[in-house]
Design a binder for this molecule. Structure first.
Ligand SMILES: [Zn+2]
Length: 422
């Protein structure tokens, strides 16, 4: 049995309790004991970490992940040959874990099998990466695709049933329905909707029959209605949700999750210029207006207690891999979340999103030991979670992906009882 004890850590357990000084015992892949105070947990066979007062918290969640986006401009996502694409997909998986993300919810794969192959390699211990729910290629109706080269099309109920079944046959955990537009395409408005209720319903029914979750690219008002009417599990964006949609969402809040992926809107306005999409072009396309209504929408969701998760659309040229925790700052600065609420959304709600609320996303006995050590207090400054140098250790499933610095590891003789008074 492998054992690790964290001593002298500020435990941020994701229950809403303020951080407290304490100790945590990890046995094999799970947390087995969490104790406030000092000197309560001892075991001569354990690896003992002196946390030096750093924060020990759950690993983070990204609710809208694309391992296969390889930092290219939007319209070139499908251009990478499969061999290089597999390598970049492996790199993204590792990058998420490097930055303390232990739960990622796949939101579409640029090629059919890249997500499932990489998920399986992670689970087999061949490559490092977070817990991952793999997706297939986006599914859209004819001329409803956002990027043709990464999308499969289906029209009508029986065609849709067939495409969804084939995608599920690849071994995916999630399917992605692209049902509204996106302004950067220049041809598909974010306020337009490209699917019928019957087409979306058959996709949801086929997926749920096989235990597969459904997520939607749903920016338009009507795409939110359709997602809620048909039983979609995770709604992405929901920018143009109206009062009626908000009421429907509230009525379904125990079942559905929203991930706005707001950083895409922010970065498209602020950071895309260097890649040839100027601020003026973004504003003209409607991104400033969309950001404004989307932020107001999430503020209202927050008031109504809807489960909104961070994460989303990292891996484009202007939302590169490794910048994932920008989302947490947006939750605080744009949506009005407290730092504690933002962290709970990124941890505890991740456990709920994964359907494992009693074993993922908290630092409590019985939970999987997916934890990060943070040099500082993210409740005082949420942006420290963007700084990899502040994330001093990453543990997933009870094993260190990144070990704490040697000077935080207490030598064995120092924690044996006979030496305790030296
Ligand atoms: Zn996306």
């Amino acid at each position: 049995m492998s054992k690790t004890i964290f001593k002298n850590v500020q435990i941020l357990d994701s229950t809403g309790t303020q951080p407290y000084l304490g100790e945590v015992l990890v046995e094999n892949e799970r947390i087995t004991e969490v104790s406030p105070g000092v000197g309560k947990i001892n075991d001569p066979n354990a690896l003992v970490i002196d946390g030096r007062g750093q924060t020990l918290m759950s690993g983070l969640t990204d609710a809208h992940t694309h391992f296969t986006w390889d930092n290219r401009p939007f319209d070139q996502l499908g251009n990478t040959p499969v061999e290089e694409h597999l390598l970049s997909t492996i790199d993204s998986a590792k990058t998420y874990l490097d930055y303390g993300y232990t739960m990622c919810f796949g939101a579409a794969s640029a090629k059919a099998r890249l997500d499932v192959v990489v998920r399986d390699a992670i689970n087999a211990g061949r490559i490092p990466g977070p817990r991952y729910r793999a997706n297939g290629m986006e599914i859209a109706t004819t001329a409803g695709d956002l990027v043709d080269s990464i999308t499969q099309t289906a029209d009508g109920v029986e065609d849709m049933r067939k495409v969804v079944r084939a995608t599920i046959g690849l071994g995916v955990d999630n399917i992605k329905m692209s049902i509204s537009g996106e302004e950067v395409t220049g041809t598909r408005s974010a306020e337009d909707t490209y699917i019928t209720e019957e087409e979306l319903q058959v996709a949801v029914d086929e997926a749920h029959r096989r235990g597969v979750k459904v997520c939607t690219h749903a920016r338009s008002r009507d795409s939110v209605y359709l997602s809620l009417k048909t039983g979609v599990d995770v709604i992405y964006h929901a920018s143009y949700i109206d009062e009626q949609g908000m009421d429907m969402l509230e009525a379904a809040k125990d079942r559905v999750f929203v991930a706005p992926a707001i950083n895409w809107l922010v970065a498209t306005l602020e950071d895309a210029g260097q890649f040839g999409y100027s601020h003026e072009a973004a504003e003209q396309a409607g991104y400033a207006k969309e950001l404004d209504v989307a932020v107001k929408g999430v503020q209202e969701m927050h008031r109504r207690g809807i489960r909104v998760l961070p994460g989303g659309d990292y891996g484009f040229a202007w939302t590169p891999h490794g910048t994932y925790a920008r989302d947490l700052a947006h939750f605080v600065n744009l949506f009005g979340y407290t730092e504690m609420e933002a962290i709970i959304a990124a941890t505890s709600l991740g456990g709920e999103l994964f359907g494992q609320a009693d074993e993922l996303g908290k630092v409590q006995p019985g939970y999987y030991a997916d934890m990060i050590l943070v040099d500082g207090n993210p409740l005082e400054d949420i942006t420290i979670l963007q700084d990899i140098k502040k994330i001093t250790a990453v543990m997933k499933n009870g094993e260190f992906h990144r070990r704490p610095h040697e000077n935080m590891i207490i030598p064995k003789e120092a924690h044996e009882p006979a030496m305790a008074t030296v």
